[in-house]
Design a protein around this ligand. Structure first.
Ligand SMILES: NC(=O)NCCC(=O)O
Ligand SMILES: [Zn+2]
Ligand SMILES: [Zn+2]
Length: 476
């Protein structure tokens, strides 16, 4: 049945809260109001629940070769887990290879995702060099594929790291063609020196991963990237911000009027550096770059979300099994594959740790887990809100359910949960993508391959919504 009426929920967007019904037809929201006439529609009862726009996760790495291995969650397990967690759209990083056409990387990413994704998805391009070939091809990727965001790494020396000239040229190109440059901001050269020094002293445990990547090096790189953005009069999105130093650099750039935006991730808001000290090499489970920080940085990140210095929360889903993958770094922390499993718990953690603990308002919660990502990445208002004409990507969320996050109950393939044992309150009970249930009463009912590829708009452009049916109107 394509027509549905979601009844009696508390509908929350980034700007409004109202009680009522949502009528969905053919995947689109066609009416919002009180006591809607739902004749011919399937009734979905949302009483006692919040009705949120589907989460948008702007930062995932599914089925991606990295650190000498490949992330264990692919577009099937990763998007099923995302859906369970209340996320209906992801933007995944397409890894390009130096010397090879960008199109071959994009085609490979289409092949990984097409038959598998259960929610909608787009791609960012990771750019590690700017050659004449890349300069020629990039505009085509933006125009033909709708890939309107490009990531540049300032760290991972000799692997993905690009130099400042490459970053600057990418910023210029992005300005010219309406793309958003994303940056992994850490000073890779100094980190390389510190890592070699630690290893030469026999300091090989996971904790040295954090000790060789101090927050000053994240703050320095963030400020440098922001400065180059100003010079290029371009736009920048700093991924996975972890510390006060980087927040300050972003805030300073924004105060100067620069188009600089920042994302943090659930792990940096809820976990700290002591996790890397866990015995029996368990600390390897908590190796991310940039690393987990001292607890005081968490407050800086929550404050920055509250006051708008940071705008989004991405998962940076990049999962490796502890057994056989994280273990590649036993005896040498620099060989531990970087990243962790976060796609499933992002939305609930932000609600439970953010809204429930008074660190985010309900509207700010929706904004940082969905709406602003839609705006920055060319998906709004097709995605990221509940409005007439928008896709019916909807999360029915029971705010009273108490549960414990655990690998025993999660839906990712990966063999551990980064938030194991953490108590959260609130759970998505049903999740719809374009009006079809993917999760219904906490059970997966979707179909691999039903997720659609999203051709995204250029930076600053909006989607035109389909015409509203003649009887479509909103009562608020
Ligand atoms: N963040 C992390 O440790 N792994 C994923 C790759 C990246 O985003 O740098
Ligand atoms: Zn990164
Ligand atoms: Zn990442």
């Amino acid at each position: 049945m394509t027509r549905k009426c979601i009844k009696n929920g508390t509908i929350v967007t980034a700007s409004d809260t109202f009680f009522g019904d949502i009528l969905v037809d053919d995947g689109i929201i066609v009416m919002i109001g009180v006591d809607l006439d739902a004749e011919g529609a399937e009734i979905v009862d949302a009483s006692g629940c919040y009705v949120f726009p589907g989460g948008i996760d702007p930062h995932t790495h599914l089925d991606m070769p990295f650190g000498g291995t490949v992330t264990i969650d692919d577009f099937e397990s990763g998007t099923i887990a995302a859906a369970y967690g209340g996320t209906t759209t992801i933007v995944d990083f397409c890894l390009t290879t130096k010397g090879k056409p960008l199109a071959s990387a994009v085609n490979a990413w289409h092949a990984k995702s097409k038959e598998k994704a259960v929610i909608d998805y787009g791609f960012h391009l990771m750019v590690s060099e700017v050659t004449d070939d890349v300069l020629y091809e990039l505009p085509k990727m933006i125009e033909e594929e709708g890939i309107t965001s490009l990531k540049v790494f300032m760290a991972y020396k000799n692997v993905l790291q690009a130099d400042d000239g490459t970053l600057y040229r990418t910023l210029l190109l992005a300005k010219e063609h309406g793309a958003l440059v994303m940056v992994h901001a850490e000073n890779g050269d100094v980190i390389d020196y510190l890592v070699k020094q630690a290893l030469s002293l026999g300091q090989t445990d996971p904790i040295y991963h954090a000790l060789t990547r101090p927050p000053e090096l994240e703050g320095e790189a963030t400020g440098r990237a922001a400065g180059l953005t100003g010079l290029a009069d371009s736009q920048l999105y700093v991924v996975h911000v972890t510390c006060a130093q980087a927040v300050n650099a972003i805030a300073e750039a924004r105060m100067k009027g620069l188009r600089v935006f920042g994302e943090t991730c659930p792990q940096y808001l809820t976990l700290d550096r002591t996790y890397l000290e866990r015995l029996d090499f368990e600390g390897a489970k908590y190796v991310w770059s940039p690393p987990l920080r001292e607890p005081e940085h968490q407050q800086a990140l929550w404050d920055a979300l509250w006051n708008g210095q940071l705008q989004t929360v991405g998962s940076d889903q990049c999962s490796f099994n502890f057994k056989g993958q994280k273990e590649l770094g036993r005896g040498d922390f620099s060989k531990i594959p970087n990243g962790g499993p976060t796609i499933e718990d992002r939305f609930s953690l932000l609600y439970s740790e953010g809204v429930r603990k008074g660190r985010l308002t309900l509207h700010k919660f929706v904004d940082v887990v969905s709406t602003t990502s839609a705006k920055l990445f060319g998906l709004f208002p097709q995605k990221g809100t509940i409005a007439i004409g928008s896709d019916a990507d909807i999360v029915i969320f029971d705010p009273m359910i108490e549960r414990t996050l655990s690998a025993a109950t999660h839906h990712m393939k990966v063999d551990y949960n980064a938030f194991e044992g953490m108590q959260v309150v609130g759970e998505p009970v049903s999740v719809l993508v374009r009006g079809e249930f993917v999760i219904r009463n906490k059970t997966f009912v979707g179909k691999p391959g039903s997720g659609q590829y999203l051709h995204r708009k250029r930076f600053g452009e909006q989607h035109k919504l389909p015409a509203v049916p003649s009887n479509g109107y909103a009562i608020t």
